[in-house]
Design a protein around this ligand. Structure first.
Ligand SMILES: CC(C)(COP(=O)(O)OP(=O)(O)OC[C@H]1O[C@@H](n2cnc3c(N)ncnc32)[C@H](O)[C@@H]1OP(=O)(O)O)[C@@H](O)C(=O)NCCC(=O)NCCS
Length: 163
């Protein structure tokens, strides 16, 4: 049986980091997306993990970010990872969908994600115009997507940062 639950950092944080290392490999901290996470604090209450037999086998974390000159609040979604032996059941979409529902219920206005449009498009994410956002490092804008949550993503534009 697979359970989807919020993150309890004292129970799950180490297992989540180990899952990221196994699925993305050691290079993942070099990505520009990591610049929005380092020194930031994720929202364990909105993060969703998949548990099987006590082991963390899937995760989607949620991070607070601000966007543009008016520092509009939004959430940054990910990384999304599924244990290789459990891939092929759309578990990444399940944990991400449940994390987005939690963020919506908490009143978060809109979400930004960086990933594969074919995959995350299924959850309502759409790719943005290439000049709409800037990031703290080089970024392939064809992988940058937004989605409405409790509010609209339409007004978001400009520099995306952790604070
Ligand atoms: C991406 C990941 C979370 C998907 O795992 P999953 O939820 O088990 O996905 P599934 O294997 O069930 O695939 C579901 C569908 O998405 C497609 N898909 C999976 N990964 C994809 C990707 N990277 N790009 C495009 N499509 C993808 C599959 O082909 C499948 O399509 P179908 O339903 O038409 O057959 C998993 O492969 C993983 O952990 N990868 C390493 C980490 C990573 O790259 N994360 C994503 C970036 S945030």
């Amino acid at each position: 049986m697979i359970e989807i639950v919020p993150e309890s950092p004292e129970l799950h944080a180490d297992a989540i980091e180990a899952l990221y290392d196994r699925t993305f490999g050691p290079g993942h901290f070099a990505k520009t997306a990591e610049r929005l996470r380092e020194g930031n604090r994720s929202r364990p209450d909105l993060t969703r993990i998949a548990i099987s037999n006590g082991a963390v086998i899937g995760v989607c974390r949620i991070w607070p970010i601000v966007v543009g000159a008016d520092r509009a609040p939004a959430v940054f979604v990910g990384p999304v990872a599924v244990e290789p032996g459990f891939q092929g059941q759309r578990l990444g979409l399940t944990v991400t969908g449940e994390a987005l529902e939690a963020a919506t219920a908490a009143g978060c206005g809109a979400a930004i994600i960086i990933g594969a449009p074919q995959y995350f498009g299924e959850l309502g994410f759409t790719v943005v115009a290439p000049d709409r956002f800037s990031f703290p490092g080089p970024q392939d804008m064809a992988r940058v997507m937004v989605r409405d949550l409790a509010g609209s993503a339409d007004a978001l534009s400009g520099a995306v940062s952790a604070y």
